[in-house]
Design a protein around this ligand. Sequence first.
Ligand SMILES: [Zn+2]
Length: 321
Amino acid sequence: MRHVLTDNFRAFSARIGADPLQIQGPGGNTSMKDAEIMWIKASGKELADAMRAEIFVAVDRRAAEAEARGAGDGTCKTTVLDPKIKLWPSIETTFHAVLDWRVVAHTHSVAVISHVISPEGRKVAQEKLADLDPVFVPYIKPGRPLTQAILERITPQTRVILLENHGLIVCGETTAEAEALMQRVEERLRRDPVEVAPTTPEADPLPGFSWADEENWLAQDEAARARVTGGSFYPDHVVFLGPGLPTADNDNSPPAILVPGVGIQLRNSATPTQAAMLRCLSDVLRRVPADWEIEPIGHDAEAALLNWDAEKYRQSLAVKG
Ligand SMILES: [Zn+2]
């Protein structure tokens, strides 16, 4: 099979993958296409590994585009070209397929997320990126619903897409073009994080848990605590840590528990990705000014991400009251 991936593209993917302010764990994805083939990051793989492992899978570009527009089930699993390969394409493959640019890169940028979870932040981002004609897409579940929402808003010239409560997409004809555009967005939306003192609580954590490090401020600071226990702000948080941050160990065995006024304890069996998502929450909230309102994705969206029955989930929340 023709391999269209360039070393530049792999190196770019690895670079953004290694930056926790752009990518956390297996989040985000990059793609490169030619007339018929699109190489896309495989589901569950990490961009950080792009130089040392095969993290990309080749799909039939036109078949993936057809899935984006309603054919098949939207997973693009049947569009994988090599039947022997044991990788599935990313859940976000369909939007890569419909963006008619050779290189597409999608990150869960902390700088972008800290703007797009807030109405005031979105206004600031619109002003700072005005010359790049950014398209804003309201939150919707990743996969074909998100791809369709993108399709409804873009023009053939669109190269910067801000996914509200989610992240960033940039497009280019070359890797260098896409990377330069991504850097411009990052530079313009970069915010200095508020200083937080890493303090380890003196109290013993629950058995099987350890205190977090710099994230403890989220439990100690009253305003931050209200924010992080009040909802979830972007999809990977929900996928890897569950909804919001729970304040007690419950039947869902959460990987992280917030002890109000004290700190956050992380289960010792938590994965590196779960630890990275906790760090991401702290990184995002350190960059959202206190006077900006922030909007959680809501309980129905949380339930949809976890494939939970939305009605049962609402009932369980009502019981906890
Ligand atoms: Zn994403």
